[in-house]
Ligand binder design. Structure first.
Ligand SMILES: C[S@@+](CC[C@H](N)C(=O)[O-])C[C@H]1O[C@@H](n2cnc3c(N)ncnc32)[C@H](O)[C@@H]1O
Length: 232
């Protein structure tokens, strides 16, 4: 099976955002009091999940190609993510609900606070932030109990095709016992990803990976209330 990345896939213009631990707990329906011992946040960007999970005693590690940048350039990319994200939401305002965040201001405050937490942790524990990119990760088989992927897979399916997703999910299932991906809709428009069903069939038939679409206690993009849970 050829799961290599196709030339049409492009990730340079993908936003670097800073979601919080509380958001991740909701996206992935995690029990914050009983986190697995070894967790990978893949495509972690400037999220504070690893910082806060590490503070709770887990062996949490983040992966993102932006960690190859110098700290100042990384800070600039991460800071730019907050207003860019707000503009995208303003342009598609009928596609979002604020039940979870309550107000746009509170959402922006959560993002800014998460960015500060990320920057402090990244500075103090640089070894926990690994510069690497799907579909190839620099970890041993089953190195993690759980891998989380927030807002890369499916979210950016207009840039990253079905073959890339197949390779990325196979790789995540190689390095982690369980993989959770949220959300399952396109960035901005919230449209469903057309190849999701075929991809799940291929994961099962070609790779022996089981997948389940699971409801989560979070909605921001209208209808985006599910994660994909995978076991290799
Ligand atoms: C929208 S941000 C999400 C960040 C974080 N997970 C969150 O929810 O706040 C998407 C991230 O995916 C990263 N990314 C882009 N291409 C990637 C790849 N091939 N492998 C892993 N991460 C990638 C980007 O650098 C960016 O930080």
């Amino acid at each position: 099976m050829d799961t290599s990345r196709s030339d049409s896939n492009k990730t340079d213009d993908i936003l670097v955002s800073s979601r919080s631990f509380a958001e991740y707990v909701a996206f992935f329906d995690l029990d914050a009091q009983a986190l697995p011992a070894r967790i990978l946040d893949c495509s972690a960007g400037a999220s504070s999940f690893v910082a806060e999970a590490h503070a709770r005693g887990t062996d949490a590690v983040a992966v993102d190609p932006v960690y190859a940048l110098a700290p100042e350039a990384l800070a600039d990319r991460a800071k730019a993510g907050v207003p860019s994200g707000n503009s995208m939401i303003d342009a598609n305002s009928d596609r979002f609900v604020f039940d979870w965040y309550q107000t746009p201001q509170r959402r922006a405050e959560i993002r800014r606070a998460a960015l500060v937490t990320f920057q402090e942790h990244h500075h103090t524990y640089p070894d926990r932030y690994i510069a690497a990119a799907l579909p190839e990760l620099p970890f041993a088989n089953a190195a993690f109990d759980l891998a989380l992927c927030s807002h890369l897979l499916f979210t950016w399916a207009t840039q990253l095709d079905e073959q890339w997703h197949l390779a990325a999910l196979v790789e995540l299932c190689r390095v982690a016992e369980e993989v959770r991906v949220f959300p399952l809709v396109l960035q901005g428009t919230g449209e469903p990803v057309e190849f999701l069903s075929n991809l799940r069939t291929r994961l099962h038939n070609e790779c022996g990976i089981t997948t389940e679409v699971v409801a989560v206690p979070y909605e921001f993009q209208v209808g985006a209330r599910h994660m994909l849970m995978l076991h290799g």
